[in-house]
Ligand binder design. Structure first.
Ligand SMILES: Cc1cc2nc3c(=O)[nH]c(=O)nc-3n(C[C@H](O)[C@H](O)[C@H](O)COP(=O)(O)OP(=O)(O)OC[C@H]3O[C@@H](n4cnc5c(N)ncnc54)[C@H](O)[C@@H]3O)c2cc1C
Length: 306
């Protein structure tokens, strides 16, 4: 198993690019994370196919990463390949401008904020709930991102993935077991495209709903500091943030990481945080909440390299 061998084998094969020892702090919203042995930006489906064949040949584990806005990467980095989506996966096609409803077709690498803004500018309603959620559409779909009331999975008509070794596979939304922060996809598949159901709406009303959501976020979330959003899933009939606050951990600090004073389910990077600092806070929160409430909080963020 050698990342360098795989890197050499990929040279001249890709429209995208491959790098060795790529610092993951550059690719996460936490601004934390050591190097990935190999980092491959796939520009096309062909790139993905060639990459998976090469990684398979060299026995290198891999993970698909979007914008890393729900990800904590270890300080030691990842002994494998991080795969990301490039050019071909960033296109967005809006439905016919005269249709009352239709399908918006977008690549897995489209930034969710761009999708939300394009929908709004074209008078399409349905994504107001997602304003302020960073990351890619692929990441949002994999995480079934959303709020307590609305989530992206409910907007999906079809979803296309690349299944390594097999190629493109299309799912109808009903075939997937959408759940709280999960699309129910089998592991090891890469979302490359999605058809989303949209309706035409009144632009002023869409704007008002978006402003409402954004104002709530600004009041309740520490948006000026690096974070990965909510760290823990809300347990049934409870709010993780309230449980953390109730055990007195708001402001709790380890090294450069801190439980946000504004929203206790956010752990922020004050500038010098390491993954070790964040993990120490996560463990202390779990210990205290379990001790005082008997609840085992489960992380919502994904971990890489631990
Ligand atoms: C300030 C802030 C606010 C946030 N608010 C919210 C919120 O309100 N609601 C919410 O749900 N989330 C929220 N998040 C979390 C995060 O933004 C979302 O989960 C986002 O959708 C993740 O997208 P990403 O591209 O960054 O995914 P990443 O963090 O890169 O990856 C997340 C997971 O998705 C997988 N993945 C990524 N791309 C693909 C793909 N193409 N195919 C298959 N799997 C893939 C990864 O392997 C990983 O397991 C917030 C984060 C921040 C920093």
């Amino acid at each position: 198993m050698s990342a360098f061998d795989a890197y050499c084998a990929l040279q001249g094969m890709l429209e995208g690019a491959a790098y060795v020892d790529e610092p993951m702090a550059r690719h996460t919203s936490y601004r934390i994370g050591g190097p990935a042995d190999l980092f491959v930006e796939c520009a096309t489906v062909h790139d993905l196919t060639e990459t998976f064949a090469t990684l398979g040949k060299w026995g290198l584990p891999w993970v698909i990463v979007g914008k890393g806005s729900n990800l904590l990467v270890s300080d030691a980095g990842f002994r494998g390949a991080v795969v990301t989506l490039g050019r071909q996966f960033k296109s967005l096609t809006l439905p016919d401008e005269h249709a009352e409803s239709g399908r918006l077709v977008a690549g897995g690498g489209v930034l969710l904020p761009n999708l939300v803004q394009s929908s709004f500018k074209n008078g399409l309603s349905g994504f107001e709930f997602a304003v302020g959620i960073p990351g890619t559409l692929g990441g949002a779909l994999a995480m079934n991102a959303g709020s307590a009331e609305e989530w992206i999975g409910s907007k999906v008509a079809t979803l296309t993935v690349v299944r390594p070794g097999e190629g493109l596979v299309r799912y109808y939304a009903e075939q997937l077991a959408w759940d709280y922060r999960s699309a129910g996809l089998p592991g090891g598949e890469v979302i490359v495209e999605c058809e989303l159901k949209v309706n035409r709406g009144n632009t002023a009303q869409i704007r008002a709903r978006m402003e409402g959501v954004m104002n709530r976020r600004k009041k309740t979330q520490p948006l000026t500091k690096p974070s990965a959003g909510s760290v823990f899933r809300n347990p049934p009939k409870a709010r993780a943030g309230q449980l953390i606050e109730s055990v007195g951990l708001k402001g709790y600090t380890v090294g450069g990481a801190q439980v946000s004073e504004l929203h206790a389910n956010f752990i922020i990077n004050n500038g010098s945080a390491t993954a070790t600092d964040v993990v120490a806070i996560i463990m202390e929160i779990r210990r205290r909440v379990k001790e005082e409430h008997g609840t085992e909080l489960q992380p919502e963020i994904r971990f890489l390299g631990f």
